[in-house]
Design a protein around this ligand. Sequence first.
Ligand SMILES: Cc1cc2nc3c(=O)[nH]c(=O)nc-3n(C[C@H](O)[C@H](O)[C@H](O)COP(=O)(O)O)c2cc1C
Length: 189
Amino acid sequence: MAKLAVIVGSVRRDRQGIKVARWIERKLQGRNHIVYFIDPVKLELPLLDRMYKEMSDPPEKIRDLRNMISDAEGYIPVTPEYNHSTSSAMKNTLDYFLEEYYFKPSAIVSYSPGIFGGVNAAQQLRLIFAELGAPAIPSSFVVPRVHEAFAENGDLIDDAYNKRIIKFFEEFEWYVEALKNQRAKGVPY
Ligand SMILES: Cc1cc2nc3c(=O)[nH]c(=O)nc-3n(C[C@H](O)[C@H](O)[C@H](O)COP(=O)(O)O)c2cc1C
């Protein structure tokens, strides 16, 4: 059991990503994890003015967000691909914090309507998470043809995903536990 933050990367009104993120949440809960579901729409997160640590009196919703990011033992960003990169919404959410991520792993999920499943966005996000101090595990999980993988109500259509996701989660859980054990011995800074 671990505490894991799922981070939604789209704020578009008819976003596909919410179906992927909710499915990931359900699957993690099914593996007995506690999930912090971070949705920039629900948070009505403004474009970054000050980072959390620069705020003298952070609004309650940003304090709650900080507690989730800080308490999480690993991160699963669910990113769309916009112009071969991650979304501004994802980057904006991530940029509020820094030290909160340190020495914890991330595992990247990407999706797109085409056949590549947002792989370009995943690669860009890998660089961002490296800089945040939460390096991404070697595997990433791509969802090509996202419109065909999920029904409009969010139900998974393609059952193959239920099998394919297991290996990804097992790899992530290994890193979550490994870094948790190592953090307990202390961190270099
Ligand atoms: C600004 C913008 C740029 C996009 N660029 C790409 C792209 O580079 N590659 C791609 O596969 N799809 C691209 N798309 C299509 C999105 O992957 C598709 O709209 C997807 O549903 C976006 O996720 P969302 O619905 O959760 O926001 C783009 C969409 C938008 C709105």
